[in-house]
Design a binder for this molecule. Structure first.
Ligand SMILES: [Mn+2]
Length: 294
């Protein structure tokens, strides 16, 4: 059996040099605080990816014609600190945020985003992070993982970027609001999105700068859509709300990198979460394809 790839595309559409989309599997879960399984996410997403139809239902055209290259998975390190350092080194060596590429990293727990955001922030001035997530992830430190915990990943992002817009948030601590008072205005709750989608979207686009790193935790979805996550929270966003938000952000901003994290396959033949993650990646590709035109 060969290496697992996102879709099983012909060489013409899957060359490292020419592909627009670079899939980077990061099967790490050394920094999770509740249910495990996120290390099996990337493989599960790749496994189901070629079950999708190759045409996007909205554009009526294939979403992958700009090429999709799948990197080898980053082997998990033995400590959260080493994992973060490894991801940073790989991201620099592979030049993941080159302007003619769009990297989509597949987690793994959410701690994998911090090193990617750091490398993206070195390359792009005035980078914002837009986070779709149930959780604020703003604790300065949490065990296991300490400062590199998945519950601290957005605190680490705020070490290197000024603007963090948090969408779908419905779980945060009092400490978050004390340490990051600015985030009170930068939380967009599921209720705001449900009550007035366009108004909520306008706030997201107004708060974020032109250059954006987009991080999507699968638990932003309602657990009915994505039950296989490490920390499920009721009252999440619908499939349509998330995909519309993602399409609008990619259309309006220069999204320089994306990750889709915290897929923890349920197993036993229930592929609903990894399949949703694969379809979300396809929707992300469609959005870039539409933006860049033909
Ligand atoms: Mn989360």
């Amino acid at each position: 059996m060969g290496k697992k790839t996102f879709l099983k595309l012909e060489p013409e559409y899957s060359s490292e040099e020419t592909a627009l989309f670079h899939i980077l599997p990061i099967p790490y879960e050394g920094a999770v605080s509740f249910l495990g399984g996120a290390s099996r996410g990337p493989d599960a997403i790749l496994d189901v990816s070629d079950q999708m139809e190759y045409i996007d239902e909205r554009t009526k055209r294939p979403f992958w014609t700009r090429g999709v290259y799948t990197h080898d998975p980053i082997p998990p390190a033995d400590t959260p600190a080493r994992e973060v350092a490894t991801i940073e080194n790989v991201a620099r060596r592979l030049d993941l945020f080159r302007s003619d590429r769009r990297t989509i990293a597949l987690g793994g727990d959410h701690s994998i985003s911090a090193p990617l955001i750091r490398v993206a922030a070195e390359k792009y001035q005035n980078l914002s992070v837009i986070q779709l997530d149930a959780h604020s992830d703003l604790r300065d430190s949490y065990e296991p993982g300490g400062k590199n915990s998945h519950a601290s990943v957005m605190a680490r992002a705020l070490d290197v970027v000024d603007t963090l817009v948090q969408v779908g948030i419905r779980s945060f601590s009092e400490e978050d609001l004390v340490r990051f008072p600015k985030q009170v205005d930068n939380f967009i709750t599921p209720e705001q999105i449900e009550d007035d989608f366009d108004a909520a979207l306008a706030v997201v686009l107004e708060r974020a700068t032109e250059n954006v790193y987009l991080t999507i935790d699968m638990d932003v979805f309602d657990p009915a859509v994505a039950p296989g996550v490490g920390t499920p929270e009721p009252g999440g966003l619908s499939w349509r709300q998330v995909t519309r938000l993602v399409e609008a952000v990619i259309s309006a901003k220069n999204v320089v990198g994306v990750d889709v994290v915290e897929t923890a396959p349920l197993g036993g033949g229930n592929i609903i979460t990894e399949y949703a993650a694969a379809r979300l990646v396809a929707k992300i590709m469609t959005a870039f394809d539409v933006k860049f035109g033909r």
